[in-house]
Design a protein around this ligand. Sequence first.
Ligand code: CP
Length: 307
Amino acid sequence: MSYFVSVENLPLADLNQLLERASYFKNNGRSPKFNQPIYVANLFFENSTRTHCSFEMAERKLGLTVIPFDPAASSVKKGESLYDTLLSLNSIGVQLAVIRHPENNYYQSLIDLNANQQLDLGIINAGDGSGQHPSQSLLDMLTIKEQFGHFAGLKIAIIGDLTNSRVARSNMQLLQRLGAQIYFSGPKYWYDAAEFGQYGNYLPLDQLVDQMDVVMLLRVQHERHQSETDFDASTYHQMYGLTKERYQQMKDNAIIMHPGPINRGVELDSDLVEAPKSRFAEQMRNGVFIRMAMLEAVINGRKLGGI
Ligand code: CP
């Protein structure tokens, strides 16, 4: 069966095709029609608003039949494994599963199970731990492309809770291959030079902000931190956040991005969420069209991003 689980090895030709298809859906308003009913389940083992709801919106726009699944009300609560859950759904006719899961790389065993014919289920990764977030990454690429028309040579800062961020990982992997110049900023303890240094240099925010085309802020992921006794939101905002003063220094054509949910007043000043340079709402709008393109690709048998 087909899948879309990671952008790490996604060929750029496939990326461009998906971006074009998403733009077509966005600008044309037409959806493809499938010859047969297609049943899909969204399995979110971590909380989500944007990814979950926009996958469901995309599925409905494509005319798919969505089978409701809530882990908290399912037999997962009785100890049923991910594989047994998917085996059950697949057995009753679900053909495609969109999955968010806290375990990095959870999808690899599912690809292997499909290869061994123990499952016959399309898989879309809606975020795995701190690993990958392919649909967020593609909607970010669409948003950047809409603004600048290209990626090569753009200066893009990824700022904040890098260690825990699947958005940072997916985006730096794609943006480097697209020829963007990547920079990192935020607390040094969330910047691991051994990993992130292959993609770009760390600089203090005040040395970056007036040079960047894209200021990409990451959510502080409190739920993934072991202990936070010394975290102070106001101090974080002053040291690593986009304040109104820093906003004034940004280039005229530069944009702010944030995957959401936003900690208002922490990663950026609350008033900047709707500021002219902010693309936060546009990112979320683009998410529906990108997810339509991803779903269509997987339904049409594509295998994207596996090892
Ligand atoms: N950006 C993102 O993944 O948001 P959700 O957690 O609300 O899906």
